[in-house]
Design a binder for this molecule. Structure first.
Ligand code: SF4
Length: 442
């Protein structure tokens, strides 16, 4: 059932109480973050998810009827929610459903959807890390604000796959964020293919949230999200001039002092071949300005090495950029062709062995920079968010660490902490990825 590159549509019906609605929102957020589309009609969906209620007889009846309607109109139905806890009852009435799961079974539901409709997969284009395909822990969540992209980077098939930029109205995004925070989310990870472009397609149209007018654009959204007192982390922020306006919000602690900016390369000719903006000098200037204004800013980026036509000179330019920019967190991919991408037709493919050799040199340069930058934090204090409590250590993250892709702040196991707790720590050690800390003595 896996058509490579196809974007599947999911229909969803949510019945019952507000708790069920929060579960549905959580599943919807995850589906959006992973690139699935939602469908308003049974007929157009590739699969329908019915989140049921089983509280009273009338609710059971309504749930069974809804499952029957979805089966008649679509045929591929997964049942979840309270009535799902009584699977025999559902299966007796509708033996043809694909699966039945109980309430709050987010992970199980996502696993079933992945099984029946695999998410589109392209190694260097994914908005969330591959590990993120399992549902995120309850204390952080991805918040997808738009879909599609107006650029035409030659290594990328997102515009063909998902179309041009389509932003979600700001009122809808705020409502989803509010529900997530109410259900225990402490960190919102804002994602889109091009985050600063948010609202461009809607001409930054005003919308309402709680009776308040807000423009559908990144500055208004970042400010409004900051009011939830959760961590707000922005991903896929291209270094456009409007990003300058976001830096003061970091100093006001409305959003985290963190920018994830996929730069991909630094050589002007390579950036041109990739059809990316080729103003590396401007990027360095802009970074320097942001750091002057917000010294705590953590910058993350990703790069591609071994793109067709990349010469040793291009690669040296990239290494020089790394040394000068001194980014805090960096990911690197060796170029691999994505079916349907324009770059596949470019001449001068780089041999695999050269790609691997450049990758190793790139990572070595960055490892030295990361090690030095993390070592400079030893002795400082910071607020961290606890991700997991394990037998041997407590795994937390600071403002400069996005889950799954950056490092951790590791605490000794004896402290009484739970996932989702914020705690102030003192940094006592570092290596090239992680920091080590003790809770700060007040
Ligand atoms: S900006 Fe480029 S890489 Fe990113 S989604 Fe758009 S076309 Fe793809």
């Amino acid at each position: 059932m896996s058509d490579e590159g196809r974007v599947y549509k999911i229909g969803m019906v949510s019945l019952g109480c507000p708790k069920n609605l929060v579960d549905s929102e959580r599943i919807l957020s995850q589906l959006r973050a992973e690139g699935y589309r939602m469908s308003d009609s049974y007929g157009e969906a590739d699969l329908v998810l019915v989140n049921t209620c089983g509280f009273i007889d009338a609710a059971v009846e309504e749930s069974l009827e809804t499952i029957g309607e979805a089966l008649a109109a679509n045929g591929r139905v997964i049942v979840t929610g309270c009535l799902g806890a009584r699977a025999e009852e559902v299966l007796r009435a509708h033996p043809e459903v694909l699966a039945v799961t109980g309430p709050h079974a987010y992970e199980e539901v996502m696993g079933l959807i992945h099984h029946h409709l695999p998410p589109p997969h392209a190694p260097h284009l994914e908005l969330i890390p591959p590990q993120g395909v399992k549902l995120t822990p309850r204390h952080y969540a991805y918040l997808k604000i738009s879909e599609g992209c107006n650029h035409g980077c030659t290594f990328c098939i997102i515009p063909q796959l998902r179309g041009r930029l389509v932003s979600r109205p700001i009122g809808e995004v705020m409502l989803e964020a509010e529900r997530l925070v109410e259900s225990g989310v402490r960190e919102l990870l804002v994602i889109a293919q091009d985050t600063p472009a948010y609202g461009l397609d809607l001409k930054y149209r005003p919308d309402f949230w709680k009776g308040r007018p807000l423009h559908t654009r990144i500055l208004d959204l970042a400010k409004a999200l900051g009011e939830f007192h959760a961590w707000v982390r922005l991903h896929y922020v291209y270094p456009y001039p409007q990003v300058d306006e976001l830096i003061p919000l970091m100093n006001q602690e409305l959003i985290l002092p963190y920018l994830d900016m996929p730069l991909q390369h630094a050589s002007p000719s390579l950036l041109q071949a990739m059809k990316r903006p080729a103003a590396t000098e401007k990027v360095l200037e802009r970074i320097a300005g942001w750091r002057r204004e917000c010294p705590d800013l953590t910058l993350r980026s990703t790069f591609i090495v071994g793109f067709p036509g990349e010469t040793e000179r291009d690669f040296e330019i990239l290494l020089d950029f790394l040394r000068e920019a001194r980014l805090d967190r960096v990911g690197c991919f060796t170029y691999s062709a994505v079916a349907g991408a324009a770059a596949n037709a470019l001449p001068d493919a780089v041999p695999e062995a050269v790609k691997e050799e450049r990758y190793a040199r790139f990572m070595e340069v960055q490892a030295g920079i990361s090690r030095e930058k993390l070592a400079a934090k030893v002795g400082s204090k910071m607020i961290v968010l606890v991700d997991a409590v394990e037998e041997e250590a407590i795994i937390a993250r600071g403002p400069g660490d996005a889950p799954e892709i950056d490092g951790n702040v590791i605490l000794p196991p004896e402290w009484d902490l739970e996932p989702g707790d914020f705690v102030e720590v003192e940094i006592t050690g570092s290596d090239e990825h992680d920091l080590f800390a003790e809770p700060a003595v007040v």
